[in-house]
Design a protein around this ligand. Structure first.
Ligand code: UT7
Length: 341
């Protein structure tokens, strides 16, 4: 019997309506469009303004989009994972909330938090259930309402992040398409450089944690930048060597969208052209768990069966990794057109 692989058979996405531009950020903190573009590469990001809407509400829109595009009925789904760093609440899991809101009633599911690497961690986890033959339709949704943990008085972090959601459907494949290999890593020693200090059992919410702004993202940019470039490119190069992947036979490099300079440095170290690198950081910023599925969503129109894709990520933890997969379907008619920006 041929080996079962887990193939991505559809992609859905959602971005909230409000667009926060660099011009608006320049009125909030001491920065400029020129600094943000040259140091990060973000022009604008989407923000979920409605205070009554949470991460799950964006995830629901992405999953509904995925169901409509793949003609999937919610009751056919047998597993749903949500991944990200901004759950609706501590418990129950955001996966449970999303499942209820979209009518996924015959499934099990849970949350995965691996910082900005959440989506690849969840994708690899979900793929094991499909490969084992136990699960046939698995939804992985990466969604984050980063605007709830960004300090809009801190110029070193507020231009980076945006809100959004992206979802994929994983199904069994026996024609060689699907996830071929993964290399996922963690090094907890990196946790001191990027975290949200309060809100958990170590520092429960209090008047003091609010005064000290400990519910916001804390990031030491330089060490995170250096580790992101070295860890992500070391892993992608190792994956390329292991599978004889080159700039010619690899159709797309799909990196986490944290900083355009990190993306370019990784592509350089891989000896890989930026033209075949998926990039949407300019319009969305870093949407944390949503960056990779939103890249696939944006580039779906250009994807063909058998295309070799290398996905890579880096995030808080530190967590990082790479996934090598073969694309399963023709995205030409299903994918959406992008604005000319
Ligand atoms: O997705 C999770 C992983 N996260 C990342 O991958 C993020 C990695 N880090 C980075 O992307 C970059 O380190 C940042 C974008 C966060 C910062 O860029 P940088 O080139 O590393 O700047 P820096 O922190 O070294 O700061 C250089 C200068 C400082 O001024 P002084 O001390 O030299 O006078 C900062 O105060 O730039 C200043 N600066 C700004 N100036 C204008 C920091 N942010 C801004 C700003 N506008 N928004």
């Amino acid at each position: 019997m041929s080996q079962i692989r887990a193939a991505i058979t559809g992609v859905g996405g959602y971005l909230p309506e409000y667009i926060l531009t660099n011009e608006e950020i320049s009125k909030m903190v001491d920065t400029t469009d020129e600094w943000i573009m040259s140091h990060i590469g973000v022009k604008e990001r989407h923000i979920l303004k409605d205070p009554e809407k949470a991460t799950s509400d964006m995830a629901v829109e992405a999953v509904k989009n995925l169901f409509a595009k793949t003609n999937t009925r919610p009751d056919e789904v047998d597993m749903l994972l949500w991944c990200g760093v901004t759950p609706d609440m501590a418990f129950p899991s955001t996966a449970n909330i999303i499942s209820d809101k979209v009518g996924v009633t015959n499934a099990f599911g849970y949350d995965i938090n691996a910082g900005c690497s959440s989506f690849l961690y969840a994708l690899v986890t979900a793929s094991k259930f499909v490969e084992s033959g136990s699960h046939k339709k698995v939804v992985v949704v990466g969604a984050d309402k980063m605007s709830t943990i960004v300090d809009y008085t801190d110029r070193s972090t507020c231009p980076i992040f945006g809100d959004g959601a992206g979802a994929v459907l994983l199904e069994p494949s026996t024609n060689q398409t699907g996830i071929i290999d993964s290399m996922m890593k963690v090094d907890g020693a990196g946790r001191k450089h990027l975290f949200q200090a309060a809100g958990g059992s170590l520092l429960p919410p209090s008047f003091n944690t609010i005064l000290k702004k400990q519910h916001y993202i804390y990031q030491e940019g330089q060490p995170v930048f250096k580790a992101a470039v070295s860890k992500m490119s070391d892993t992608t190069v190792a994956m390329m060597q292991k599978h004889n992947l080159t700039a010619e036979n690899l159709a797309w490099f799909v990196p986490h969208q944290a900083n355009m300079r990190i993306i370019e440095a990784c592509a350089r170290r891989m000896n890989f052209p930026v033209e075949k690198t998926m990039v949407n950081i300019r319009r969305y910023g870093n949407t944390t768990a949503a960056t990779l599925p939103l890249c696939l969503w944006d580039y779906e129109k250009q994807l063909r069966p058998g295309d070799n894709l290398l996905l890579a990520t880096f995030g808080a933890g530190f967590t990082w990794g790479a996934v090598y997969l073969q694309w399963a379907y023709n995205g030409e008619k299903i994918g959406h057109d992008l604005p000319n920006t």
